[in-house]
Unconditional design. Structure first.
Ligand SMILES: [Fe+2]
Length: 188
């Protein structure tokens, strides 16, 4: 169901990692908010990359990562039935550089829930590295939490900021409207 797939929003992610050109910006407007919880967390992938030790930056330079819907849904439900697994696997996967070389010369990390594995790396090492990089990026110093008030409008750079929804009471009437700005820079 759609509700099931939306649960993926509770895990750190960038929108559109399986597209060649991801969404440039996402805006959320709060129409109704949860009584408790339901904030949105952000973490900067430019600052996280730039703060890595130089030897790590060099090591990551040539790594490629396969992103998939399946990887993101594995976090929601790690033990799907065969039919569900087939649905997940029917979605396209996308291989991109771990380090996105931006047109303006800056670099940022492409990680998050859809990061399935590092190409050519032992699966355990790959998982450990992707988890480690996510932990690094979502440290307090690169992170911001927005607690919603009705009428708030938040706009963020989806290409350089991971986001996730924080848990809230399922009975609350939380309603956020989302608008996206078409991207103009391909992963590279
Ligand atoms: Fe999202």
């Amino acid at each position: 169901s759609t509700a099931k797939y939306l649960k993926g929003a509770f895990f750190w992610h960038l929108d559109g990692t399986t597209d060649d050109v991801p969404v440039k910006a996402t805006t959320l407007t709060a129409r109704q908010v949860a009584m408790t919880g339901g904030g949105t967390d952000f973490a900067g992938t430019y600052a996280a990359y730039e703060s890595l030790p130089e030897k790590d930056r060099e090591r990551y330079e040539s790594l490629r990562v396969v992103h998939s819907f399946e990887a993101a849904q594995r976090l929601v439900d790690p033990d799907p039935d065969e039919r569900e697994l087939a649905v997940r696997r029917s979605r396209p996967t996308h291989e991109v550089s771990l380090v996105w070389r931006r047109r303006d010369g800056r670099r940022s990390l492409v990680i998050g829930a859809t990061a399935d594995h590092v190409v050519g790396m032992d699966p355990d090492d790959s998982r450990a590295l992707l988890d480690e990089l996510l932990d690094w990026t979502t440290q307090e110093r690169f992170r911001h939490t927005h607690d919603w008030q009705v009428g708030d409008l938040v706009v963020w750079d989806n290409t350089g900021i991971l986001h996730r929804a924080l848990p809230y009471d399922e009975n609350s009437e939380r309603l956020l409207h989302r608008t996206t700005v078409v991207g103009d820079e391909a992963f590279a």
